[in-house]
Design a protein around this ligand. Structure first.
Ligand SMILES: NC(=O)c1ccc[n+]([C@@H]2O[C@H](COP(=O)([O-])OP(=O)(O)OC[C@H]3O[C@@H](n4cnc5c(N)ncnc54)[C@H](OP(=O)(O)O)[C@@H]3O)[C@@H](O)[C@H]2O)c1
Length: 266
């Protein structure tokens, strides 16, 4: 929302704010943003949208970009993100990507300091391999609660690398980004998904999201500015597919990929 890596000055801010507020009114509590999204403008939009709501009922996540992983830079980054969102704390704060150029121990020390100061309540990582996730857990006094990574019916890297199993075995949430393949899964549903749509009387997007959250320790993030899509996507929860169907989709969904052909920065 608000642009990709730069602020898009032609963005329809009112539509984004309305979508966030409608989501809250419909019971959504978790909002995911990052300092890199629209160069901080996405955080500002979120801040404007949540102003009239009770902050304590929301769960807000933001992320720091690797260039800010030195100790003092990370503390400053977090404070600036908090200011843009207009809140005193983040429920969850993530390292957006692994960085090989700044010692992980220094960055984790800063995250622990942010927890100590009460500016963040939980820490996590994003786009980390299972090895980097394990290293991170060994360096912090706190718990690494999640790894936010690309996972969908179509994109299976975390299954193939064992990251998903690692998360399930170590009580870490895998937060799946791009659950609908940016809307693509709604348009080109293969026969196996169409069959599930008929069986459960759901849309392809609802099947794609439900399939993710039916898995142990998997939650997901879905982005939309379109209120009809918001309602559709919320219809992905509150019901369950049979285990055989979950497994069938896992095995038989066609053209599964485990290497990203999209831009890495999310
Ligand atoms: N950590 C990372 O590196 C990273 C990377 C990417 C994303 N993320 C996070 O994950 C969130 C979701 O990921 P994403 O935006 O890449 O993927 P996504 O939620 O799969 O796709 C969003 C796109 O799909 C469209 N869409 C949503 N619901 C739809 C529906 N029911 N029917 C048709 N089209 C639909 C949206 O358009 P409309 O707005 O028109 O509905 C939007 O263009 C992001 O907002 C971000 O918070 C994190």
């Amino acid at each position: 929302m608000g642009g990709r890596l730069e602020h898009n000055h032609t963005n329809d801010d009112a539509a984004d704010i309305l979508a966030i507020q409608t989501a809250i009114d419909m019971g959504v509590t978790h909002f995911d943003t990052a300092e890199v999204y629209a160069a901080g403008y996405a955080e500002e939009l979120l801040g404007r949208a949540i102003k009239k709501y009770n902050r304590s009922k929301l769960f807000i996540t933001s992320k720091a970009k690797p260039i800010n992983f030195k100790h003092d830079d990370l503390i400053n980054s977090c404070k600036q993100s908090l200011q843009r969102v207009g809140t005193d704390y983040f429920d969850l704060y993530l390292l957006h990507h692994y960085s090989a150029s700044i010692p992980l121990a220094e960055t984790i020390g800063a995250l622990d300091e942010l927890v100590r100061q009460g500016l963040i309540r939980n820490i996590g990582v994003s786009n980390f391999t299972k090895e980097h996730l394990a290293d991170t857990q060994n360096l912090t006094k706190n718990k690494i609660v999640c790894d936010q990574v690309h996972l969908s019916l179509e994109f299976r890297e975390p299954e193939v690398t064992g990251l998903l199993k690692y998360c399930q075995n170590n009580d870490v949430f895998l937060v799946a980004w791009r659950p609908t393949g940016k809307g693509k899964l709604a348009k080109d549903a293969p026969p196996i998904v169409q069959e599930m749509c008929k069986r459960y009387q759901k849309t392809p997007t609802q099947i794609a999201i439900n399939w993710l959250i039916s898995q142990d320790h998997v939650v997901t993030l879905s982005k939309t500015t379109n209120i009809a899509h918001l309602k559709e996507n919320l219809g992905a929860i509150g019901w369950e597919m049979a285990i055989e169907d979950i497994e069938l989709l896992q095995k038989e969904y066609p053209n599964q990929k485990d290497v990203s052909d999209t831009v890495k920065l999310g």
